[in-house]
Design a protein around this ligand. Structure first.
Ligand SMILES: Nc1nc2c(c(=O)[nH]1)N[C@H]1C(S)=C(S)[C@@H](COP(=O)(O)O)O[C@H]1N2
Ligand SMILES: [Mo]
Length: 448
């Protein structure tokens, strides 16, 4: 067998058939233009550690989930496994995607709780992490621009003047799923773990906006946080995104100071941040200092170009991006994950039934159904899907699968949203910065 000099992902991206030959051995009869069979199936079975009962359904060029998910992010010369996060108050099983800025994702199997514990919640920064506030109650937020009365309010006043509310809401990075694009898109190589669902406590953004009096000239918002730009240049914000006025006034948007009943950790934007659910996490400004109500589309850091934007018409991967062919990514796409068991689980020989648990969410939409497959999508089985506890909560699901024999299986999960749109088999609509990838989640399990 020739030496695997690059990552499995890269090989498959370039030439799936040659990749099969390299990974599973030359001259073994691997030819998956159609389906895998005979000696090729045996070779792959040896590589994944067991017979593949539904191997005849395995699509050509598909990287077995057993390999696909422990691939390193960009994997240049020497592939190395996922890097653990080392951060106070955080589970070391979070996977570090970058340390400047600090970015870490949550493996799907750590999202098995109905409410994501703080120590397991993903981290995404664009700039430096600011110093922890010494006097949180004195933290100041400004609401200005197209308002009748500019507001300058401290966190202490915010808590006193407006009615506090708590809500379970998903926060998801706009780039979640990016690693599933072929060819690779620019940015942090998230799998499915740039998302979590916490209980947020704060006040309704709309109540605060109403206190300032939004003018009829308002069309968009610009959000600002206290984090310094990565370069240290104090004239540039690390990130400043916004939303159209209709989304801004949605009563589910909160200015929050508690996460799961505890004061918001500095790394999550404490003492106070925005939560604008359903849309890319980048609009949910951390260390919130200002909401600028604008009379035009915001042009802050992270707006325009190909930032947080998807194509209107499909583009050829790698081609020059035409600005006019992009629109802002608004509602996040439907996604489901299997949270139990973990990818790569080994089950005792003779195991014939397995219970599964997972989560599903769909941006501004709700999830209508989640289905699972053990035969590479040839047949699908319904799961029991729970109701959201409130608007923008994720939905938990349970299901079970049976195994006709020992061997290597993949369990695939796909969710369908309230509009009838379900997750694709592979990430579609490639775009340079890799937004909107929501292919079905796959885990590998080995029985016996
Ligand atoms: N001020 C500020 N707010 C920010 C960011 C940032 O870099 N600076 N990152 C955004 C992005 S891209 C995401 S996905 C979420 C991540 O929030 P978390 O780190 O609490 O999980 O915060 C958003 N808010
Ligand atoms: Mo993000």
């Amino acid at each position: 067998m020739s030496k695997i000099e690059r990552s499995v992902e890269e090989l498959y991206a370039e030439d799936p058939e040659r990749a099969d030959a390299v990974v599973f051995g030359r001259g073994t009869g691997v030819n998956r233009r159609g389906f895998l069979g005979g000696a090729g199936l045996a070779a792959m079975g040896a590589a994944v550690g067991g017979a593949i009962p539904f191997g005849s359904n395995m699509p050509g060029g598909l990287i077995p989930a057993a390999f696909a998910q422990d691939k390193p992010a960009a994997a240049p010369a020497a592939p190395k496994g996922p890097q653990p996060l080392n951060f106070p108050g955080k589970d070391p099983k979070l996977v570090l995607l970058g340390d400047r800025p600090l970015v870490a994702e949550t493996p799907e199997s750590l999202l098995n709780d109905a409410t994501t514990p703080i120590d397991k919640f993903f981290i995404r920064n664009n700039g430096q992490v600011p110093e922890e506030a010494k006097n949180p109650e004195a933290w100041k937020i400004v609401v200005d621009g197209e308002v009748n009365k500019k507001l300058e309010i401290t966190l202490g006043e915010l808590k006193k003047k407006f009615k506090p509310v708590s809500q379970f809401m998903v926060m998801e990075c706009g780039g979640n799923g990016r690693s599933f694009f072929t060819p690779q898109a620019r940015g942090n190589q998230w799998t499915n773990g740039g998302a979590g669902c916490a209980e947020w406590t704060g006040v309704r953004l709309v109540d605060v906006l109403k206190a300032a009096g939004v003018k009829s000239s308002a069309v968009f918002s610009g959000h600002y946080g206290a984090d310094p730009h990565l370069s240290g240049d104090t004239s540039k914000p690390a990130l400043s995104r916004g939303v159209p006025i209709k989304k801004l006034m949605d009563p589910n948007n909160l200015i929050v100071w508690n996460m799961n009943g505890k004061p918001l950790m500095n790394i999550h934007g404490g003492p106070v941040r925005l939560i604008v659910p359903g849309w890319p996490g980048s609009v949910s400004a951390k260390w919130l200092t200002r909401i600028w109500v604008r009379d035009k589309i915001h042009d802050g850091q992270g707006m325009g170009g190909t930032s947080y934007r998807v194509t209107i018409k499909p583009m050829v991967p790698g081609d020059k991006a035409d600005d006019k062919n992009f629109r802002d990514l608004e509602s996040m796409p439907v996604r489901s994950i299997i949270t139990n068991p973990a990818n790569g689980s080994k089950l005792a020989a003779g195991t014939r039934k397995l219970d599964l648990r997972g989560a599903a969410w769909a941006g501004d939409n709700i999830v209508r159904s989640v289905e699972i497959s053990t035969d590479y999508g040839a047949s699908w089985k319904a799961t029991k899907l729970g109701e959201p506890r409130n608007r923008y909560d994720w939905q938990r699901w349970t299901g079970s699968v049976s195994f006709p024999s020992d061997g290597y299986y993949e369990i695939w999960a796909r969710a369908t949203d309230s509009r009838g749109i379900h997750q694709p088999h592979v990430a579609g609509n490639w775009n340079p910065q890799g937004y909107g990838a929501n292919p079905m989640h796959r885990i590998a399990v080995l029985v016996g």
